[in-house]
Design a protein around this ligand. Structure first.
Ligand SMILES: [Zn+2]
Length: 453
């Protein structure tokens, strides 16, 4: 590791502090992220978690010689069973299609695939082994075909999410299943009725609970202790708390995850995204009229631990930024990147401070637009670190990718108004600005029409 290498600091949810990141093995940094439950298209809140993982892993790969990034797929779940039945299709067809769509959507936004993408249904034996270990050590019990984790047997339960036993009781003030000793006990294994996915086990034919899947798959590919476990803040409790409890009780000498990374939630127009509010957006909904790179850049506008407010104005701003960056790199091809400028690496090492990294890129663009080729190469390199600017400027502008139809219509209306007000300088500036972005205006008897050049 060169002396000049910047120190990465990351917020750790367990320590509730931003601390220097020190890998257990600098020769192989190990990262686990909870992947999707595959019953529907990924939404932009899911994307924010996958993007946080993506920029974290990209940075780790820049800093360390080798990174092992594991992101699982949950392909056995009650939601999957219910959706397949509602759709009138088989579970295999639903999960296969959803996994394909998930991969396509993430690839469109430049999210790199993990090194290992284990599927829960292919690791049932590992889950059964962990559950047997928990029963043997007195941390789990069998009741009415179910196996439950006994939270009372793990004194550290609640330490990760910072919940007190009282909070936990309040959270569990719902009808408690009769087979539970304690309201907070959670399912490791449950019986499966005929017609639903199930596997033979010491407790009869059944299927695993969600939490044990991640404990089993992270152990299989990353061992008893690994460096970083991440996911959305909505996973902190109960999912991650339960994963930690299971793994710590099975492997008391290990630490499970050394460092916990959680991204904040995403709002849409200032409100929590929900189907009932009509502001629920899948990745595909956004990509229908927005270049994927603009969506990616917009998700970097906020540091991952800040709430991100998704708006059309934010997407437009991202498009304008990309127009500016691509003008600044000019004819420099994507592979002509120089070293990543130190200020950009330093910003990313500051707990993935993407707003600061983008501000540094604007500074590089200033210099590049003033004719500094070195700054243009630095901008290309910074783009590569953040998964941006992967195409030639010509391709970006020729696709008219930076301009959406609504924006063009608005600019045409603004130009018309400017002409009516005899502000011909403004009208000409709008036409020239669009031309620079590959949009040609043609005035005719019927009004103004536009086409992509
Ligand atoms: Zn998980």
């Amino acid at each position: 590791m060169p002396d000049s290498m910047p120190q990465l600091t990351l917020h750790d949810s367990r320590r509730r502090a931003t601390v220097p990141f020190a890998p257990l093995d600098p020769g192989n940094v190990r990262v686990y992220y909870c992947g999707p439950t595959v019953y529907d298209l990924a939404h932009i809140g899911n994307l924010r978690a996958m993007m946080t993982a993506d920029i974290l892993v990209r940075l780790l790969r820049h800093l360390y010689p080798h990174v092992t990034y594991v992101r699982n797929i949950t392909d056995v779940d009650d939601k999957i069973n219910a959706r397949a039945r509602a759709n009138g299709e088989t579970i295999d067809s639903l999960t296969a299609r959803t996994i394909r769509d998930f991969h396509d959507d993430l690839a469109a936004v430049g999210v790199l695939p993990p090194d290992v993408e284990p599927r829960a249904t292919r690791h049932i034996a590992e889950m059964i082994a962990l559950i047997e270990c928990l029963i043997a050590s007195g941390h789990a019990y069998e009741a009415q075909g179910h196996v439950l984790f006994a939270v009372a047997r793990f004194p550290d339960y609640g330490a990760l999410s910072g919940r007190s036993p009282d909070d936990l009781l309040a959270g569990a003030r719902v009808e408690v299943a009769p087979y539970k000793r304690d309201a907070g006990d959670f399912v490791l294994w449950k019986p499966s009725e005929p017609g639903l996915p199930g596997w033979e086990s010491p407790w009869g034919r059944g299927r695993p609970g969600w939490h044990i899947e991640c404990s089993a798959m992270s152990h299989r590919y990353l061992g008893e202790s690994f460096d970083i476990h991440g996911g959305g803040s909505d996973l902190l409790f109960p999912h991650h708390e339960n994963e930690l409890a299971q793994s710590q009780c099975c492997f008391p000498r290990g630490r499970f995850a050394n460092h916990w990374v959680h991204n904040a939630m995403l709002l849409v127009n200032g409100e929590k995204m929900s189907k009932s509010l009509g502001n629920f957006l899948t990745i595909r909904d956004v990509l229908a009229d927005t270049p994927a790179e603009a969506l990616r850049l917009m998700l970097l506008h906020a540091q991952y631990r800040s709430v991100l407010n998704f708006t059309r104005a934010g997407l437009d701003e991202a498009k304008q930024t990309l127009n500016r960056f691509y003008r600044a790199v000019g004819d420099l091809p994507p592979d002509a990147a120089g070293p990543v400028p130190g200020a950009v690496v330093a910003a990313m090492c500051d707990d993935l401070n993407t707003p600061r990294a983008l501000a540094e890129m604007h500074g590089l663009a200033d210099r590049a637009l003033a004719g500094d080729r070195g700054a243009a190469r630095g901008l290309r390199a910074a783009g590569r670190l953040l998964g941006l600017l992967g195409q030639s400027a010509d391709t970006w502008f020729r696709a008219g990718a930076g301009v959406g139809e609504a924006e063009i219509d608005a600019l045409i209306a603004e130009r018309l108004a400017a002409r009516a007000a005899r502000d011909f300088a403004r009208a000409d500036a709008i036409r020239a600005g669009l031309a620079e972005r590959g949009i040609v205006l043609e005035d005719g008897a019927g009004g103004t029409i536009w086409r992509r050049a």
